[in-house]
Design a protein around this ligand. Sequence first.
Ligand code: HEC
Length: 164
Amino acid sequence: MNDITKLLIAGVLVLTSTQMLANANKPHKYKHDEITKSRMALDMTETYDNRISLGFTAKEKAEFLAEMRQMLASIQGVITGIGTDDRELIVKSARYSGNRMARATPQSIKNKTPVSFEEIGGPTHMKFEELVIRAETDDMDTLAELTGEIMQNCLACHATFKVD
Ligand code: HEC
């Protein structure tokens, strides 16, 4: 083996081991970054998310959020009904989120929600009932306006409360 060959072999060995070291460090470094990131997210939630927690159990949370998705579906049906001049669809869609939903809310959830929550939630269901009645007679512009008013309640409550 001449000197140049020896030098080349040594060079390859150094390069390979450097690469191995770098690789060995990678997963560790990645994990560390991930942990730091999720801690930061947690801190940010605690610092910046000032909404009031309703403190639901996992089951209550699932039931409650299912109701919420139903409310979104109601809004979707109502808007489509207004756009297509379909009064039946407006009535059917609004009815889902009216008093029927208020009655179906599990008692354990009702027991946990504060008065300030019910002050927004109760009238929201009532407004859906109002929409059911007014869908029989009012023109579509007025119904669109009423739907916008209902959605003020969605916004107000979402800005104030969280389930976690
Ligand atoms: C009285 C309070 C209140 C009212 C009124 C309300 N919501 Fe909610 N909604 C909540 C809370 C609390 C959450 C959970 C938010 C969180 O934890 O980040 C939620 C979550 C949701 C979600 C997410 C569901 C999921 O699966 O994650 C949808 C969709 C939703 N609401 C739609 C609506 C619509 C549409 C309206 C109005 C027609 C409405 N909500 C009115 C309190 C309310």
